[in-house]
Design a protein around this ligand. Structure first.
Ligand SMILES: N[C@@H](CCC(=O)N[C@@H](CS)C(=O)NCC(=O)O)C(=O)O
Ligand SMILES: [Fe+2]
Length: 369
């Protein structure tokens, strides 16, 4: 069985989907934000439940969709411990394993392109990120890169794998898809037959232009790609495809206070308990997996909660799941709005401008206990 290999032409990035053929639990390696819709479709088409998103390193040339995939389909995010992504659910150490269904994948710390970089071994496949590319390797001139570390990672860690292991790189800039450990050992022009000193010399003289999105991508990836995904807007409802529109938190709050709208919180019980809840909001978790036709509990709850003639305003953590929920509510005939910025928005801008977690307003208790 082979992994599914997907390509992002803008950054020449390969994304991989692996899954357990029996129970359909899946894992995605290095997903790209611009390809979110494609990847969700791949999951739906193959009837997969995404349980993990996995990064090979903190990318400098594109932004991950890991955070978005966590929000859309409930995947857990895993990153190499040395990559500076503190909010990821799992910080992988060398030789850690992740399980999906009956399958497992092994993390190998392969520093050099970045200090945190890891490669992942699954069956007789290795996903090398930018540690080992086809007839090449990742550059080492930024993000605490080290040519000497990279040499050791390639020659001592990756080249120690069986020769027939298929190598799946993080990028290819010339349309090649995969290689093998034996082929790279024999013919990788940067590494094969080179001493450490020769390799360092080659790497120090590559003279490559900096990735165009370096300064934007690295900080965004350290937040799993969730920074700035929503834009606050001042008091105006934007019409939206498939639902009534996006409302800024202040307006949603006004509608709710005035009794014009029902406020539905689509976060899970665990999230509300952990982060905080809104007294009086109706809790109705939005959970939808690929392949699941609908979310019946959500639909039934919504019908019961929203009287005729009232709007419904939907809130999640950051304003992503609430869009899907608003579309679903619209199919039930409701006038449904997505609340921009979710629970992180600020419904009481005068009192709390600039404060995070704005749904702590006007002296109302907002956190349980
Ligand atoms: N031109 C590309 C950057 C390409 C690049 O620097 N890629 C990195 C991986 S993030 C690399 O290590 N490339 C190795 C090479 O091109 O030999 C961009 O602007 O995004
Ligand atoms: Fe990279």
């Amino acid at each position: 069985m082979k992994p599914l290999q997907l390509f992002d032409p803008a950054s020449s990035t390969y994304t991989y989907v692996l899954f357990d053929e029996v129970n359909r639990d899946a894992l995605i390696i290095d997903p790209v934000d611009d390809q979110l819709e494609r990847d969700l479709k791949v999951l739906r088409d193959h009837v997969l439940k995404l349980v993990w998103t996995l990064e090979t390193h903190t990318h400098a040339d594109h932004i991950t969709s890991a955070g978005l995939l966590a929000e859309h389909v409930g995947a857990k995010t895993a990153v190499p411990a040395g990559c500076g992504v503190p909010a990821a659910a799992v910080q992988l150490q060398d030789h850690d394993e992740l399980r999906f269904g009956g399958e497992k994948i092994l993390a190998l710390h392969t520093p050099g392109h970045t200090t945190g970089s890891m490669s992942y071994v699954w069956r007789d496949h290795v996903f090398t990120g930018d540690t080992l590319l086809i007839n090449g390797c990742g550059r080492t001139d930024f993000q605490s890169g080290s040519a000497a570390d990279l040499y050791r990672s390639i020659t001592e860690v990756l080249f120690a794998l069986p020769g027939d292991t298929t190598v799946w790189p993080g990028h290819d800039y010339q349309g090649r898809s995969s290689s093998s450990i034996a082929r790279e050992k024999a013919g990788n022009t940067r590494v094969s037959g080179k001493t450490l000193t020769e390799f360092v010399e080659i790497m120090n003289n590559l003279d490559l232009p900096m990735p165009k999105r370096l300064h934007e991508a690295v900080p965004a990836n350290q937040l799993s790609g969730l920074a700035g995904e929503t834009t606050p807007s001042a008091g105006q409802v934007r019409p939206a495809e498939g639902y009534a529109g996006d409302v800024p938190p202040q307006l949603a709050f006004e509608w709710w206070k005035a009794g014009d709208a029902v406020l539905v919180d689509v976060r899970t019980d665990a999230e509300r308990e952990w982060v905080g809840f809104i007294p009086g909001a109706i809790p109705l978790a939005w959970k939808q997996w690929p392949g699941m036709a609908m979310n019946l509990a959500f639909e039934e709850g919504l019908k019961a909660a929203v009287p005729e003639g009232k709007k419904v305003v939907l809130l999640c953590r950051s304003g992503v799941r609430s869009v899907a929920a608003a579309k679903c509510a619209t199919t039930l005939g409701l006038s449904a709005y997505n609340i921009l910025e979710g629970f992180e928005g600020d419904p009481d801008s005068d009192a709390h401008r600039g404060r995070k977690g704005g749904w702590r307003f006007n002296g109302l208790p907002w956190r349980q206990g």
